[in-house]
Design a binder for this molecule. Structure first.
Ligand code: PLP
Length: 468
């Protein structure tokens, strides 16, 4: 019998050391490998409650989860943070409403705008030139956007970023609430902040109104496990729930929900062990990695940075991030979460311990010994559009007729795709923005590093909205 995917998955899990999602790392944490998951696979029969009208056992489990995270109420998500982002925006915005959106948000935000019919007002994160990554969103920028667009319904930002950078949510929440708006924080990468004080404080405690966590990214939960926390009375729980019923599966996985409940309980019972067996070794590993000579461990002040992400910069070496990831995989069977041209992203979770972290450390130190110094000159701050700009309603773009045009015919047209510079992962142009001459010049200049365009031998093609 030929089952190529199944065979590959089985072979991978027994041969590779995972430093990527999902955070359970093949069941090596919280005894998940000992649980027969098929016993958890159930449905809305008598006694098993109903996620979308929870009155019994699911209500009880979600209540315990809310207490655990310090939220007012928590909803289980069985289609990832994506579902939480869609439901939050649908609950806050309707047709033609405006919402402030950080340009570095996950693409599900634009899908949410297309579904709700809302219009984005864009703000940009800072660019951290030293490490060529994106930084946080500032309260000043949010304030300026709120003053310029006083009719917005709310604000959505991502914190921490994929790279682990945390924005000053307390200050941002104060500004947003002073204008009587709603703050939604995509904290997909921060579900684990709860496990120890070495991690940043969650936006739930810092004044956000809705916070979305992916438990599967940084805790030992199954893929698609996520949470939507309602943290204040400014948000209508019923509206979020009704949006969720619309966009999630009608058969929410009891395996996912049951395991989220189990993991909460496991963390509560094992906090000290998690500290001793994971967090303490993580700190030691980071200390050791500071000794790298050519590669560089990216470090930031702890309140603004999630130390569970190990970012290794290749900027001043003779290899790029892709090559480093390849070397770790080929030579050490270590697979990282992401490789970019200037760095790699390594996800550590409570499934890691002395053995896994030492293996990573040893591999990086061995590779580092053979690298050479190379100067890297990056002056990319000018790429980031620091203007607070209004984007076209993504729903109109979604329904419009589109065409791929040569770049020399695109000035003034509306972009049908985001055009993103990787790294640092920022849209140079978002969906629905007008292609001004300065953006066109930027596309010419950065064409090799952009996603969302087509590069032909003699031309560059851009997808735009067809206009009469
Ligand atoms: C910042 C951010 N938000 C949201 C999501 C969506 O999360 P999920 O995969 O749980 O749907 C992702 C996924 O990678 C993400 O990186």
């Amino acid at each position: 019998m030929s089952s190529p995917l199944y065979n590959k998955l089985m072979q991978y899990s027994s041969s590779k050391l995972s430093f990527h999602m999902p955070g359970h790392k093949f069941g090596t944490s919280a005894d998940i490998d000992k649980i027969n998951l098929s016993l958890l696979d159930n449905t809305e029969v008598i006694g098993m409650d109903n996620l979308y009208d929870a009155k019994g056992i699911i209500k009880q489990a979600m209540g315990l989860m809310a207490d655990f995270y310090g939220a007012k109420e928590t909803l289980f998500l069985t289609n990832g943070s994506t579902a939480g982002i869609l439901a939050s925006i649908l609950a806050v915005c309707k047709d033609n409403d405006k919402i402030i959106v950080a340009r570095n948000c996950h693409h599900s935000v634009w899908n949410a705008l297309a579904l709700s019919g809302a219009e984005p007002i864009y703000v940009s994160p800072k660019y951290l030139q030293e490490d060529h990554i994106l930084g946080g969103i500032t309260a000043e920028d949010i304030k300026e956007a709120l003053v310029t667009y006083p009719d917005v319904k709310g604000v959505i930002i991502v914190s921490p970023t994929y790279e682990g950078i945390v924005s000053d949510i307390k200050e941002i929440a104060q500004v947003v609430h002073a204008h009587e708006k709603i703050l939604i924080v995509d904290e997909a990468h921060g579900a684990h902040f709860i496990i120890g004080d070495k991690f940043p404080i969650s936006s739930i405690q810092l004044g956000a109104d809705i916070v979305i966590n992916s438990m599967h990214k940084t805790l030992p939960a199954l893929t698609q496990s996520a949470l939507c926390h309602i943290c204040s009375d400014r948000v209508d729980y019923k509206k979020v729930l009704s949006a969720l019923r619309m966009i999630q599966t009608s058969s929410p996985s009891y395996i996912i929900m049951g395991l989220m409940d189990y993991i909460r309980c496991y963390i509560l019972d094992h906090k000290q062990i998690i500290k001793e067996e994971y967090i303490n070794y993580l700190i030691c590993t980071r200390e050791s990695l500071k000794r790298l000579k050519r590669l560089k461990l990216i470090e930031k002040p702890s309140a603004k940075y999630d130390i569970s992400k190990i970012l290794i910069s290749t900027m001043h070496t003779n290899i790029d991030g892709y090559r480093l990831a390849e070397m770790l995989d080929d030579q050490y069977d270590i697979v990282v979460e992401a490789a970019l041209s200037t760095h790699i992203i390594v996800i550590t979770t409570m499934a890691d311990n002395k053995d896994t972290l030492s293996a990573l450390e040893d591999a990086l130190i061995a590779i580092d010994c053979n690298l050479e110094y190379k100067n890297y000159d990056n002056q990319l701050d000018y790429v980031i559009n620091h203007e607070i700009t209004e984007g076209r309603n993504p729903r109109q773009v979604y329904h419009a007729e589109k065409e791929w045009l040569p770049i020399n015919r695109c000035e003034g047209k509306i972009a049908a795709n985001a055009i993103i510079l990787y790294p640092p992962g920022i849209p140079v142009i978002c969906i629905g923005e007008r292609l001004k001459n300065e953006y066109i010049q930027l596309i010419y200049e950065l064409k090799e590093k952009l996603q969302g365009i087509r590069l032909l031998e003699a031309s560059i093609l851009i997808e735009v909205v067809k206009e009469d």
